[in-house]
Design a protein around this ligand. Structure first.
Ligand code: G3I
Ligand code: 9MR
Ligand code: ZN
Length: 540
């Protein structure tokens, strides 16, 4: 039977607001519901009276509230004519396993080293992509092994890498207690590294450092010329090519390296110095760079483009982040000049403004108080719009019906982070609750009743577009699916979905559907940051 009651399948922290959505297909009237323990015993009775017309899902929804259920345990919701929800847990530690899985993904995405059987299980492989890469348009070769595979493919791209590193470091900064719970799948790392969490990010940073050319600029990406089939990474033997340098890669790297330099200082000051030096060199190199229209794939190369016509927000982030780390006036001036034109927002690989805002308003060096005020009110303006969307949606997602685009789950997660920013600025719980609703949406309270994080909840995505998962016929755990994308941008989506499929239902849990069901290191990072922040806010 189709599900008609929707909750977060991974559950709720005791103090969280707990909302349940009913998909009304028969009688359009408030729904009386019960919350039962998994053994069937009665716990709570409520009425879902809030009615929502939901254009994204093509449904009428009723929303109920069972926040009063705070006792740790396993539960489900039931209502006459609606059947039963998936079971879910309430408890203080219910997200620890989710966090562990979502973060262990990074270890399993490692490129350029052996993933031994004892750590990788069926996803074990030999060192991949280790041969020096050809610098596009020359005969030169450069050693750039390491880092994480970007996604379901085996490319390695700087802009999304910088985003992932930044979000994971923000998760660490906001919730160091959670980060300290993380154990790498590789026991040797746990035995030898002071922070397995930071060690994982260092693996990516080490590769990013190699992607910097002698003049300080960053190569945009390293990939083969085209995507390979569904093989394990060490089976991809085509020649590696370094695509040309770009402004976005150079600026994003400068920013991420400056941020990392700050956070690694305590555990490894020598490494912090290396990062600081690289960040400054990239920043200075970026200064004089111009790339009209942004990076474009060279004609022979068809892997991910990560093009972006506007590089002002990357420069904005870099200026703010270097100012926060180094306190040098020149960075401050650059940021203030860009911010005078426009306050940027975005925690993406394309729109980076929010990283810059975060850095500037917490710089710890002299700042322009009037500008700080303008940034904060602009952040709140954005959050208020997202809050209104969240309250108007039947499933509490901040996405409007036109926003189910490629990687929509990233935008849901990032909106949650914007809402959390507003919570930090105001202390108003309405923003924290709305941020948490984005998490609940991703983990099962959505109109298809799927937990978008593989291997979690009771009914998760099973066939993500991810080569090691496809090759082994089993989804790696802890990966966030890209989520509904209504434009039907791959062959499988075109076959399965119709033009009338409601946008929020435009998800195809089949391996071939890369536009709805791929996974990436920068979608997981948004999820990890959102989870870390919501947990921190709720437990505060
Ligand atoms: O920004 C516009 C928005 O204004 C417009 O309303 C909307 C309508 O469709 O489109 C938005 O642009 C979309 C853009 O993502 C947003 O970031 C494009 O349609 C969409 O095609 C584009 O998708 C990107 C995709 O590559 C294709 O270029 C994804 O963001 C990006 O995550 C994805 O990245 C791929 C890599 O290339 C290769 N590795 C896997 C990875 C994940 O699928
Ligand atoms: O696997 C690729 C995925 O990582 C990309 O996001 C996607 C869009 O660029 O492309 C996928 O590769 C497909 C290619 O574009 C067309 N042939 C089939 C490939 C998937 O097996
Ligand atoms: Zn590799």
């Amino acid at each position: 039977m189709y599900k008609r009651i929707f909750i977060n399948q991974c559950g709720y922290l005791p103090d969280m607001e707990k909302l349940v959505t009913f998909n009304c297909v028969c009688e359009d009237k408030p729904v009386s519901f019960n919350v039962l323990k998994s053994d069937g015993s009665f716990v709570y009775a409520g009425t879902a009276a809030k009615r929502v017309d939901n254009p994204s899902a093509g449904e009428i929804n009723y929303i109920g509230d069972f926040s009063e259920v705070t006792e740790p345990g396993r539960y489900y919701v039931t209502a006459d004519g609606y059947g039963e929800s998936d079971t879910f847990a309430v408890g203080a530690d219910i997200y620890n396993g989710v966090f562990q899985k979502a973060y262990a993904f990074y270890y399993l995405q490692r490129c350029g080293c052996d993933i031994p059987k004892r750590a990788g299980g069926i996803y074990a492989h030999g060192a991949c992509h280790t041969s020096p890469a050809l610098v596009y348009g020359s005969n030169r070769r450069k050693e750039v092994s390491g880092g994480w595979h970007d996604a379901g493919d085996y490319g390695r791209y700087i802009a999304p890498a910088a985003m992932a590193v930044a979000q994971l470091l923000y998760a660490y900064e906001e919730n160091p207690g959670l980060a300290s719970l993380y154990l790498s799948p590789d026991s040797e790392i746990n035995a030898t590294k002071p922070s397995p969490f930071l060690d994982e990010i260092k693996y990516e940073l080490d590769w990013m450092l190699k992607m910097q050319d002698d003049d300080g600029k960053l190569f945009h990406k390293v990939t083969c010329r085209s995507f390979c089939g569904f093989i394990m990474p060490d089976m991809e033997k085509d020649e590696l090519v370094l695509s040309p340098v770009s402004v976005t890669a150079t600026a994003d790297f400068a920013a991420a390296a400056a941020l990392a330099s700050r956070l690694y200082r305590e555990i490894d000051s020598e490494y912090a110095d290396t990062l600081a030096d690289a960040a400054k060199r990239a920043y200075d190199a970026m200064y004089g760079m111009v790339l009209e229209g942004g990076f474009k794939n060279p004609p022979e190369i068809s892997t991910g483009e990560y093009g972006d016509a506007c590089d002002a927000d990357e420069r904005y982030w870099a200026a703010a982040e270097l100012y926060k780390t180094f306190g040098d006036e020149k960075y401050r001036k650059d940021f203030e000049r860009l911010a005078a034109e426009r306050i940027y927002h975005g925690y993406g690989w394309e729109d980076m403004g929010s990283y810059g805002n975060r850095a500037y308003i917490t710089a710890g060096h002299p700042v322009d108080a009037e500008l700080v005020g303008r940034i904060k009110s602009s952040m709140l303006e954005l959050a208020d719009k997202l809050l209104a969307n969240t309250l108007a949606d039947g499933y509490g997602t901040s996405l409007t019906s036109k926003e189910y685009i490629w990687g929509s789950n990233l935008y849901a997660a990032n909106n949650g982070i914007h809402l959390y920013d507003a919570y930090k600025l105001t202390g108003d719980a309405k923003y924290l609750n709305a941020a948490a609703q984005q998490l609940h949406y991703l983990l099962g309270r959505n109109c298809v009743g799927l937990c978008y994080l593989t291997g979690c909840g009771t009914d998760a995505i099973k066939h993500p577009h991810h080569r090691p998962s496809g090759f082994n016929g089993r989804a790696m755990e802890g990966m966030l699916s890209g989520g509904p994308c209504s434009a039907r941008l791959d062959e499988v989506a075109r076959q399965v979905l119709t033009e009338n499929t409601p946008p929020a239902k435009a998800i195809v849990d089949m391996t071939g559907s890369y536009s709805t069901n791929e996974v990436t290191v920068y979608w997981n990072s948004a999820f990890v940051q959102l989870l870390a922040e919501v947990m921190c806010g709720t437990n505060a």
